[in-house]
Structure formats: structure tokens, C-alpha cells
Write a protein that binds this ligand. Structure first.
Ligand SMILES: *[C@@H]1O[C@H](CO)[C@@H](O)[C@H](O)[C@H]1NC(C)=O
Length: 217
């Protein structure tokens, strides 16, 4: 469900915003360039992170960037009673176009992370899973020189570009975290797929989907 909405929102943006129609969409490699926090008033929230990443090398696109750092929590479990809101901004004409996509889920933050960001889940959370439960206690989650894959398995194609995602999690009125990831999606070079050939057909299909699902996005 979550992934369907993500795909739909991305597709709809292609159809709706005239400018985006010219951008190219297709199979992609996603990689993060910067990780930081967006804590309001610089007030420390209970779940924080410090992440450094190596650079993505376009000449060797299959070599995953490696991250070092920690995610540290002082209170509040990260489980499926937690909500998650992700605001994605898109870089366009040297500025951020804010709120290009907004995804809000009133609960299931842990599952959503597990299903939609399996790369992050694998590196940071997986080793602390107890009996497969999606429940993570306050503590220090460290990672050192860990290869990270930021591709979203449920979103097979994306408009290429430069993105800034602000990920907020919380419970009821309590904000647990405000994390920022700046990332890029570039064409997946080793796949010279059929999508380009049938691009107009895809656009038509997207337009129809967006038209009939406008309430969703
Ligand atoms: C997490 O990383 C930051 C930045 O490197 C560091 O200052 C902090 O001490 C680390 N936290 C823990 C609990 O190791």
C-alpha cells in the first residue's frame, strides 16, 4: 500500500507539473550525499543521527557508498505505533521546490522503514531485531563503513534528479526525530530497457492513473 502510493505520487508528479514532463524517468540508482537533522529550534529530539558517507562514483555505479556513524535514542520505542511523515523537496533551477511529495502514515513507521528503506534497515536496525519484531528500543545504533543501498525496491522507476527528504517520526503529538537526506537518482546505466521506446505510452498511462486517483496523491 505504502509503496503503491509512493509510485503513484511520483508518477502523478510527472503528469501534473508541466516542467517535470521533460525530466526523464526510468530505472535508477539512488544514493544519498548528505545526512543531517532538521530539529525545530535546534532542540535535541529523542532520536538523532550522525551519518557520514563516502562519495558515489559515477564511473563505478555498482559500488555502494559506505556510511559511518550512529543513530542514538534517549527515549521512545521505534515500533509500529509510531507515525511517519516524509516531505520530499526537488531541486529545480538552483532552488528547492518544497513539498513536491508528502507521504504521511499515521502508524506503522517501523514496517514502512523495513519495507521501503530496506538498505537503511539492514545496516542500522536489522542486527538489533529481536525475534523478527519491528520494535527498536532507545540506545546507540552504530555502523562503520557499511555499504548502503538506497534503492526502493517497490518503486522501480523514478524521475531522475536531486532530492531532499525530510523524514519525521513521532508518537501522538511528540516528535521523535527529524532527519534529512539529500539524495540523487541517476539512470541505471546497465539496463537499456524498453521504457524509453514506450515512453509516450507510459506517460499516457500515468496521466490516466493520476486523473482517476487524484484524491490519493
Ligand atoms: C555518535 O556520533 C557523533 C558524531 O560522530 C558523536 O559525536 C557521538 O559521540 C556518537 N554517539 C555515540 C553514543 O557514540
Amino acid at each position: 500500500m505504502a509503496s503503491t502510493l509512493v509510485a503513484l505520487a511520483l508518477m502523478c508528479s510527472v503528469g501534473i507539473h508541466g516542467r517535470a514532463i521533460n525530466s526523464v524517468i526510468g530505472p535508477y540508482i539512488a544514493y544519498a550525499e548528505r545526512y543531517y537533522m532538521c530539529e525545530p529550534d535546534n532542540r535535541p529530539l529523542p532520536w538523532r543521527w550522525w551519518v557520514r558517507t563516502t562519495h558515489f562514483n559515477p564511473v563505478r555505479p555498482k559500488v555502494l557508498p559506505r556510511i559511518t556513524g550512529n543513530m542514538t535514542s534517549t527515549s521512545g520505542d521505534l515500533d509500529d505505533s509510531v507515525w511517519v511523515k516524509t516531505i520530499v523537496d526537488v531541486r529545480s533551477n538552483n532552488q528547492w521546490k518544497e513539498n513536491a511529495f508528502v507521504f504521511k502514515f499515521n502508524n506503522k513507521a517501523c514496517q514502512i522503514a523495513k519495507v521501503n528503506s530496506p538498505g537503511w534497515y539492514e545496516v542500522v536496525l536489522k542486527k538489533r531485531e529481536v525475534k523478527g519484531a519491528c520494535i527498536f528500543k532507545p540506545g546507540v545504533y552504530e555502523f562503520h563503513d557499511a555499504p548502503i543501498d538506497w534503492n526502493f525496491p517497490n518503486v522501480p522507476i523514478m524521475p531522475y534528479g536531486h532530492y531532499r527528504a525530510r523524514v519525521m517520526i513521532g508518537k501522538a503529538e511528540n516528535l521523535y526525530a527529524c532527519w534529512v537526506i539529500e539524495a540523487k537518482a541517476v539512470p541505471k546505466v546497465d539496463q537499456h530497457f524498453h521504457l524509453y521506446g514506450s515512453y509516450p505510452i507510459y506517460l499516457t498511462a500515468f496521466a490516466q492513473m493520476c486523473g482517476s486517483n487524484r484524491g490519493l496523491a
